[in-house]
Each structure stands twice: as structure tokens, then as C-alpha cells.
Design a protein around this ligand. Structure first.
Ligand code: CP
Length: 314
């Protein structure tokens, strides 16, 4: 894996290594014996949009791996005064070991990567949120021991997180059913790409159709960052797309509920579901840290199993 811009950048062997490394890093953190795999390395983090989880988990992750993270909001960079993305990529490549970018437009990230001489990580774009879905896959594997053969239901906006979930279907072996108002359904091109990558993805007619018999039930905000101008029409369109207990009761016994957060309690999810026994959202949020540490280690400082074991022993 050279970059993590799309979930499709992750191969099956890469996923297996990421999941194993994340599990190991999670255990080591709990036992207080983490290794400084990225000592002396710096990660630049460019944010064009606000963030809580992505910023803090990457920053803490770099610190815990012995490295350093720089928070660069676009207002304080020369990008604001017209320096190009390409020139910014060329210059940052001379200073840091990797860049994480949260961008309004996906093309900003791909253009940056085209001119960068270091790994580039998508920390959310209008098209995808691969870091989120990797943490979600890890969380599902923690709960079920596998993803293959499970059914995931997405209820709500066919947004960037939904796209990454849909595109991950071939990678995980999970069937993905999406229930969205027609206007907010995932881009048909994304569904086509997911199927071409071996995914089993379907559009469900109703939230009930999607959730019935599902193992994992996802939702996300009705009005995401950048959609504020459409708030009134979105609220109207999504009124029937709320995760409440009667809807989640249609899922399999033992099903879990996931939300990438921030949640809008009472809109896309009720307090009862978010805080209830089926909610996996707090583990999901925590796992951003462990999985991103694995991503950073794999991208910045690839190591083989043997050298990792030697470091553990040494
Ligand atoms: N889920 C997620 O990316 O959260 P933030 O927007 O807080 O980073």
C-alpha cells in the first residue's frame, strides 16, 4: 500500500496485516508497552474541514508511535494565498514522512498525491472516508470474529462513509444493503466499482428491507459538513430514515449498531439506540486510533513480521 486515498487501495493481504497490527498495537497500548516504530518521523495533517476523531486519533497515534504530528489548517497555510496543491505537496515532501488530508474535494487529495514523494492518507473527502471504514471493519471483526458472510445495512445518506463501506464489500466479503431516499442514494458509479471489485451491494427499497436480518446496522448524519445549505430539504427527505429500536429490532439477534460520529441524537439515531446494548459506536471511535497507527506504521515504516517480533522481544 503506497497511499490510503480510497478503501480500494487496500488489498486483502494489506487488510489482514493492518487488522493484525492494529490488534497488536491495541493490546500493547493497554499493557503500556508500545514501541516507538515511528521515532523521528513527522506526519503533516491538513484540514479543510473540522474534526474531532480524525485529528485527535492521528495526533495521539503519531505521539504514541514515537513520532510527531503537525496540525495545519488551511487558513494558516499559503494555500489560502494561492500556493498550488502541487507545490505544497513538493515542499512538504521535503519535511515530513507522510501527509493526512481532510479535503472538501477528493481531487485535492489525488492531486496532492500525484505531486508528493511520500504516502498520502485521505482523512475524509466528499467521496470517501477509508480510515473510518478500516476502523469499522476492525470493530466488526472484534465483535464477530470475521466479516465474511455478514450482512451490513446502511440507513440514510449515501455519503462518503457509505461509499467506502460499499466499496469495501469485495474486500470484506460482507453484503452491503443501502436504504437511502432516491435523491441521496450512492452514486451508481460507486456501486458499479464495488461490484467490479467483487462486492455484493444492493439498494433496498426501505430502511426495513435493508435492516431485516442484518448483522451490522450503520447510519450517519442527515446533514454532513458542506450540506448545510440543503438542511431543510434533507430533514424532510430523511424523516423516515432514523435508527430507532423498532427498526433495529428487525436486525438479527446479536446485531450491532455503528455510527462514525458525530451523532445528531434524535435525528438519524435515537438516544436509546446510540446508548443501548447494541451500540458499538464507542469502540468504533476508539478503534480509529489503533487502526490508524497500523496504517501509519505500514505506510511510513513497513516492517516484516520477523523484525516486528524482534523489536517486541528486544
Ligand atoms: N468520524 C469522523 O471522521 O469524525 P471527525 O469528523 O470528528 O473526525
Amino acid at each position: 500500500m503506497k497511499n490510503l486515498i480510497s478503501i480500494l487501495d487496500v488489498s486483502v493481504p494489506s487488510l489482514e496485516r493492518l487488522m493484525a497490527d492494529a490488534a497488536r498495537l491495541k493490546t500493547e497500548r493497554a499493557e503500556g508497552c508500545g514501541l516507538p516504530l515511528l521515532a523521528g518521523r513527522c506526519l503533516a495533517m491538513i484540514f479543510e474541514k473540522p474534526s474531532t476523531r480524525t485529528r485527535v486519533s492521528f495526533e495521539v497515534g503519531m505521539f504514541e508511535l514515537g513520532g510527531h504530528a503537525l496540525f495545519l489548517d488551511q487558513e494558516s497555510l499559503q494555500l489560502r494565498r494561492g500556493e498550488t496543491i502541487a507545490d505544497t505537496a513538493r515542499v512538504l515532501s521535503r519535511y515530513v514522512s507522510a501527509v493526512m488530508i481532510r479535503a472538501r474535494r477528493h481531487e485535492t487529495i489525488t492531486e496532492f498525491a500525484a505531486h508528493a514523494d511520500m504516502p498520502v492518507i485521505n482523512g475524509l473527502s466528499d467521496r470517501e472516508h477509508p480510515c473510518q471504514i478500516l476502523a469499522d471493519i476492525f470493530t466488526i471483526r472484534e465483535r464477530f470474529g470475521r466479516t465474511d458472510g455478514l450482512v451490513a445495512a446502511w440507513v440514510g445518506d449515501g455519503n462518503n462513509v457509505c461509499n467506502s463501506l460499499v466499496l469495501s464489500s469485495g474486500l470484506t466479503g460482507m453484503e452491503v444493503r443501502v436504504a437511502s431516499p432516491a435523491r441521496y442514494a450512492p452514486d451508481p458509479a460507486v456501486l458499479d466499482r464495488a461490484r467490479a471489485a467483487g462486492g455484493r451491494v444492493t439498494l433496498a427499497a426501505t430502511p426495513e428491507d435493508a435492516v431485516t436480518g442484518a448483522d451490522v446496522v450503520f447510519t450517519d448524519a442527515w446533514v454532513s459538513m458542506g450540506d448545510e445549505g440543503e438542511e431543510a430539504e434533507r430533514r424532510k427527505a430523511f424523516a423516515g430514515y432514523r435508527l430507532d429500536d423498532p427498526l433495529v429490532d428487525l436486525a438479527k439477534s446479536g446485531a450491532i449498531v455503528m455510527h462514525c460520529l458525530p451523532a445528531h441524537r434524535g435525528d438519524e439515531i435515537t438516544d436509546s439506540v446510540l446508548d443501548g446494548s447494541r451500540s458499538a459506536v464507542w469502540d468504533e471511535a476508539e478503534n480509529r486510533l489503533h487502526v490508524q497507527k497500523a496504517v501509519l506504521a505500514q505506510l511510513i515504516c513497513p516492517y516484516d513480521e520477523r523484525s516486528f517480533q524482534q523489536m517486541l522481544l528486544g
